[in-house]
Ligand binder design. Sequence first.
Ligand SMILES: Cc1ncc(C[n+]2csc(CCOP(=O)(O)OP(=O)(O)O)c2C)c(N)n1
Length: 374
Amino acid sequence: MKEIPELRVIEILKKNRIDFAATLPCDRIKALLPQIEKNFMTIPLTREENGVGICAGLYLGGERPVMVIQSTGLGNMINALESLNLTYGIPLPVLASWRGVHKEAIEAQWQFGKKLPALLDAAGIEFTLVEAKDEIDKIDLAIKDSFDNARPHVVLISPAVWEGSSCENPVPCEITPRLSQIELRSEIRKPEMTRFQAIETLASVVGDDIIVSNLGIPSKELHEIKDRELNFYMTGSMGLVSSIGLGLALTQERHVYVIDGDGSILMNPNTLASIGAYCPGNLTVLAIDNAACGSTGNQLTCTNSQIDLELLAKASGINDTQKAHTSEELKIALMRMTAFIHVIVKPVNSICREIPLSATEIKERFMKACCRPS
Ligand SMILES: Cc1ncc(C[n+]2csc(CCOP(=O)(O)OP(=O)(O)O)c2C)c(N)n1
């Protein structure tokens, strides 16, 4: 019997002990995606960059994730692959349906698709081309390379691979009829505490749980207040801290606290939709809102007068939300393990030392601590 290429890919993923797949569709892999869903815990994405964060969290928590996407999505992943995966040494095999080259009718695919190998090469990201069915086994080597060498590895899979396949296409599912209603009177008062005080409050209750902290000054403030192995300090990949927190929460029994910021949440609000889809009971996002990009000099964001992050979280499916203006209010919300705490603070940055750890040191001590029973 002729081998079905989609099923061969599934075999390779299983052989490599893949357990999670973060996916975003492409027409050319529409028969592969249901097979992925059938065989692995699948996280549907709304933006590929968000998947880089979620997969990093899954890996830090001890799992072996893969991403399955359209190659165009690599365009919005490059910064994250550089500043997160390559910087910290975090593996990520990416199976990308390579558009723009083989029998491509859509003009919008041509520019990026043709240049993609050169772009990946220039970015120092490992990649493998799979241009025909008999090259599918190259995927096995690419996945091994990614995990053995703790780096991302992109596999560009030509649509030629799936041509003539007898694999079934998915049955479409319909929208669920429902009534949506948000009832929330959300008052933002004059800020009373600083971000430093909010982080101090978190540090006073964290116990043996995990904190993932945002790039820039929040990580330095946390380090100053309470450096610990179970702190994962981000130094780049703006917008992905809550995505990493989500990935971790899906793998851990410990509680995962995320220190996020208004500027960062507004850069990747997709993360709220992903959190809303899973709402793991062991995840708390502290959306520390100083109405500014504090770390870059307090430039105003639109939470200043336009967007209320608590409403945004609710609208994204995170029902368990709370506002906190004072340390006491924050402590109560933390004790309740509220899923999303909108923490209103003044735009004040503390003077803190640089974190004296390399990215790989942060990762290694964190992963070691994560493996120890709480
Ligand atoms: C993609 C990208 N754009 C811009 C920056 C520069 N940058 C670093 S931190 C930051 C502000 C983060 O603001 P927020 O999330 O509100 O946190 P805060 O520093 O106020 O606590 C910016 C714009 C970056 N690192 N990455």
